[in-house]
Structure formats: C-alpha cells, structure tokens
Design a protein around this ligand. Structure first.
Ligand code: SF4
Length: 393
C-alpha cells in the first residue's frame, strides 16, 4: 500500500479577497514552532506507516514558500529518519511567484523537492490586480525561469478562469502566455465565489458582475482543445499533464485522492483519509499548537491524534460512491471495473446499475477498453460533470 502525506502550511502575506482557505496573515513568526508541531504530529502518525511506503509528500497552503529552507530541512530529516519514503517519492511545494528567488529554489531542489506548483492564477496584469494578488506577471515569468535554473523539471502552473470581468479572448491570451512557459503540468479552475469572502460580499452588492455559465463552458471547451493541441493530456477534469513517453507528469499526490487511496493530512485544518476513516484537524494555528505540544496523551486510538477534531469511519456504501465519482474525475481513465471489484468484492454494475444505465443512455458516460473495462465521462459528460457526480452521491 502506497501512502501520501499532505502538510498544510497556513501562512500568507496577504489574504486574497476570493480565498476561503484555512490561512493566516501576520503570523509568520510562528513558523518554527509550527514546524515543531508538524514534526511531532508526524512522529505520532508514522508508527502506522510501513517502511518505504510514502510515494508523495505535498506542502500546500496557504503559502508554503514562506517557510525557510532550513525549516523544511528539519521536517524532511525527521521524515527520512524513519525510512518511510520511497526512493522516487514526489515531493511538491506550492509557491507564490513573488515569494521565491533562485537561491531559495536551488536549496529546495538540493533538499529533495522535485515538483513545484506556482500559484500563477493569470498572466494578465488586470486579472492579477482584481484578484488582489501580490505578484506580477513578470514575477511569474522569473519564478519559472529560476525554477528551471535551480533544476526543477516538473513545474505546475495554477490558473483561474471564468473571472467575472473576463471574456473569452482575454482567457485565450492568458492561457497562451502560460503555455509559452512550457510547464509540465497545468491546473485550471473556474473561479468559485465562496460565501464569507470579500468577493462574495462585493458580488451580493452588485460590485462584481455575475459569472456567465455559457461563457465558462466556452472557456473550458477552448482550454481542452487548446491544451490537447499544445501536447498536454487532459487526465483530470481540471488538470493537464505534458505528454511524454519517457516520463509521466500526472500529479502522483493528487491521483492518490482521486483513486481513493490513503493519505495523511497533517497540520492545522488538514484533512486525511486513513484506515477507511476521514480525519480533520483543528483549524486555528493557536489551537493546533496548543494541542500538539500539550500534555494530553488520551486522545483515542489511531487515526485519532491530539489535533484531530473529527474522525469518522466511512461506511461501505459511501466508500463505493466516493470511489465512483472520484474516479470519474479522471477523464482519461475513469472507473476501472476490476479495481472496484477488487476493492469491494462486488461489481460496480450490480451496485450502480440504474445511474450507469441512465447516464450511458444520455451519452454522459461511456464504456471503453478491451481487456480492462472502464467507465468514463464522454466529452458532454465532462462539460456537466457535477451533475453526473450527483447521481452517485
Ligand atoms: S495566496 Fe493562496 S492561500 Fe493565500 S490568501 Fe491568496 S489564494 Fe488564499
């Protein structure tokens, strides 16, 4: 069994007005103490991880690139000490373009980081300003160049589209400039205006135009066609990997989620899926630090830890449903019937006959493969994927 580790780094220089992630500004002085907490949490959970079984480690945020290399070094050494990491482990860092320079990236690469994901969001200066981002387009270009010079051969760019002020031409140009940087991977998300954010309030007050669903669909269709022609494989609804017969660029870590495989979520507010249970850690940093460094040793059996506030066993039916809709996100591969049967001892057709038949009839799902039969979204299905998933939830 391969495991993945997710470390949440809840620090940012400034909160972007559309963001509802668990992050904090002005608390960077707590970073060393927070890393101590992550090391302690890892020490607790590591007893339940077998040797050489970790094949991906992901630092997400927040802005993980605010953490000094010396702090990552302490944490990675603590992990390596236990001989749990596989030799070819994918180690990814999310980074904001303005927060890195050449020497920082060189040091990270020397430490063993082999994948970097830049929160570029757009290559249009007006978009960045309206999104309240603290970086410029030029800083994204420099960050990618520094990463190349530092030795990174696996770079992702995160982009957001369907911005309320954005038209199709503007998105085409933004995507084109991103592709010109030749990243190995691209993640493209449609903006979601989340409740509780300044964007939501501005939207309610009519200061931000409503998003146009049809335009969003046009952008998505354009993205699929354009990236296909540019040599990228559309392997997950929002993710594209460069096609390369010699090296796979699909994100190992995120595949773990989509393939319903186990991952440990460490840090404030992190979520995990271990031993058939979903786990959630306490969100505020101060509470996390108090609990992880506290004296309480009675927190229940694993996967409970001192910082877990919610641990629940996922019942078999829910696991089957999750398996279906998560695997359907993998637009190239879809649901493997044999993997489903191996996992649950039942045929997916037996359990989900009615929705599968209905969705195949509507040409939203299709069968493919010869020896290995898979069920996947059709192109029409990809366009209305959330409605398809609802039939399995
Ligand atoms: S940098 Fe990322 S995590 Fe931080 S506030 Fe902006 S969107 Fe949120």
């Amino acid at each position: 069994m391969n495991y993945s580790l997710y470390f949440h780094i809840p620090f940012c220089k400034k909160r972007c007005p559309y963001c509802d992630f668990n992050t904090n500004t002005g608390k960077e002085s707590l970073i060393p103490e927070y890393i101590d907490g992550l090391i302690e949490e890892f020490r607790i959970v590591s007893k339940h991880i077998s040797k050489s079984s970790i094949h991906s480690i992901y630092f997400g945020g927040g802005t993980p690139s605010l953490v000094p290399v010396s702090e990552f070094e302490r944490l990675l050494k603590a992990i390596e000490k236990q001989s749990l990491i596989q030799e070819k482990c994918e180690i990814s860092l999310e980074a904001n373009p303005e927060s890195v320079n050449l020497s920082y990236l060189r040091d990270l690469h020397a430490l063993g980081f082999n994948r970097i994901s830049f929160g570029a969001q757009s290559t249009n200066a007006t978009d960045l300003a309206r999104l309240g981002r603290t970086h410029t387009v030029e800083e994204t270009l420099s960050a990618v160049e520094f990463a190349r010079r530092a030795g990174f051969t696996n770079i992702n760019l995160d982009l957001i589209n369907n911005l309320p002020w954005q038209d199709l031409e503007s998105w085409k140009a933004s995507l084109g400039r991103a592709v010109a940087l030749a990243p190995e991977h691209l993640s493209v998300y449609s903006l979601i205006i989340e409740q509780g954010t300044p964007f939501y309030e501005w939207h309610q007050r009519g200061l931000i135009a409503p998003q146009d669903e049809d335009l969003g669909a046009d952008m998505f269709e354009f993205t699929m066609d354009y990236l296909e022609q540019a040599g990228y494989e559309h392997y997950e609804i929002s993710n594209w990997a460069k096609k390369d017969p010699n090296k796979p660029y699909r994100c190992v870590h995120n595949l773990q989620y989509w393939m319903s495989q186990p991952y440990f979520g460490l840090g404030a507010g992190a979520h995990g899926f271990v031993d058939g249970s979903r786990t959630e850690n306490v969100g505020p940093i101060d509470s996390y630090l108090q609990l992880i460094t506290g004296v309480c040793k009675y927190y229940g059996n694993f996967p409970f830890t001192p910082v877990a506030v919610n641990v629940h066993k996922v019942d078999r039916m829910t696991r089957m449903k999750d398996f279906m809709w998560l695997a359907l996100r993998l637009v190239k591969d879809g649901v493997s019937l044999s993997r489903f049967e191996k996992e649950f001892g039942l045929s997916a057709l037996q359990v989900f006959q009615e929705p599968i038949d209905a969705l195949v009839h509507l040409e939203l799902l299709e069968w493919h493969g010869g020896k290995e039969i898979n069920l996947k979204l059709t192109r029409r299905g990809v366009m209305v994927a959330n409605q398809v998933f609802m039939r399995f939830i």
